[in-house]
Design a protein around this ligand. Structure first.
Ligand SMILES: Nc1nc2c(ncn2[C@@H]2O[C@H](COP(=O)(O)OP(=O)(O)OP(=O)(O)O)[C@@H](O)[C@H]2O)c(=O)[nH]1
Ligand SMILES: [Zn+2]
Length: 286
């Protein structure tokens, strides 16, 4: 049978397959192959009345913190106000998420609190023009668009404190929200239980119970790889140099794109700001 690991507690693996959850064990050869993690697509069989994981299928991607594989999308939760909307923060998250081969989706909360003088619409337009999905929410909203986005996908939440992650979860699924509150309370007490990430069925998809990308550390990022992953920079034209960093090289297609307004100047500026933070780790530190 084929299934997906949705929970791991010590050597007990919960594998979900066609509407049912199976308590399973991992065979020695599987554990040697590569430690199974939550999100893994696996082959498993009933052997001597026990479900045994035989094989981990190739991972499309893999996050370290929390350890989850095959993540389809990361939702960047950012408030319109309180705390103030930060395009710098959103873009840094976009870069880190894209670097991990995960699709970023932006959810802007607290839209009910903005007044006319607010310029958030310009940011929203900018992200949409670049091809990013943006969902606006606020109190009183039924989250229909968000639910559509979650359906059939494996999703991780990201976003700073106070932007409204818990409120969103509460409105999406009460029992899931209670579960995540337990976790943050335990973490807040500094309790040394080994934290096990778990995938929960929410709105017809899978949502991780631990937020990701909480460290905005670029030191281990290879800027050459990052360039390839940023959606805004995927254009038909090419730069004069194959290894163009799009900083001050001549005949740079990206700089031209920014100049002619085809590439977001905001994203480009935020890219320039993270480049010096990249490539700080030595090979042996990774
Ligand atoms: N008006 C309004 N208030 C909101 C909205 N979303 C969240 N809030 C409020 O913003 C505050 C912070 O929301 P939380 O959901 O606790 O934020 P969080 O991202 O979970 O924060 P951490 O738990 O610290 O990570 C709370 O007082 C919420 O009631 C919204 O869409 N509209
Ligand atoms: Zn270039």
């Amino acid at each position: 049978m084929k299934g997906k690991i949705i929970k791991i507690v010590s050597n007990q693996y919960t594998v979900y397959s066609e509407g049912k959850a199976y308590d399973s064990l991992a065979m020695g050869k599987v554990r040697l192959q590569d430690k199974p993690i939550v999100g893994d697509e696996v082959e498993f069989e009933l052997i001597d009345e026990k479900y045994c994981i035989q094989k981990i299928l190739e991972r499309r991607n893999q996050m370290i913190r929390p350890a989850i594989s095959n993540v389809d999308q990361a939702i960047i939760v950012m408030s319109a106000v309180e705390p103030e909307f930060s395009n710098v923060l959103v873009d840094r998250l976009i870069f880190l998420i894209s670097y991990n081969d995960i699709e970023p989706v932006i959810v802007i909360t607290k839209m009910d609190l903005i007044d006319e003088s607010n310029n958030i619409d310009e940011y929203i337009e900018d992200y949409r023009r670049s091809g990013y999905k943006v969902i606006c929410t606020g109190f009183g909203d039924e989250l229909i668009k968000l639910k559509e986005v979650l359906k059939d996908k494996v999703t991780v939440l990201a976003g700073q404190s106070g932007v409204g992650k818990s409120s969103l979860l509460n409105r999406l699924d009460k029992s899931f929200a209670l579960h995540t509150q337990e976790i943050s309370r335990a973490l807040g007490r500094g309790k040394h239980t080994t934290r096990h990430t778990e995938l929960y069925q929410v709105a017809g998809g899978w949502l991780a119970d631990t937020p990701g990308f909480s460290s905005l550390d670029f030191s281990w990022i290879d800027s050459k790889v990052l360039i390839e992953k940023i959606k805004d920079f995927k254009i038909a034209e090419s730069c004069r140099f194959n290894d163009c960093q799009h900083i001050n090289e001549p005949d740079c297609a990206i700089k031209k794109g920014v100049e002619y307004g085809n590439i977001s100047s905001l994203r480009y500026k935020n890219y320039l700001d993270v480049v010096p933070l990249c490539n700080q780790r030595k090979e042996w530190e990774l």
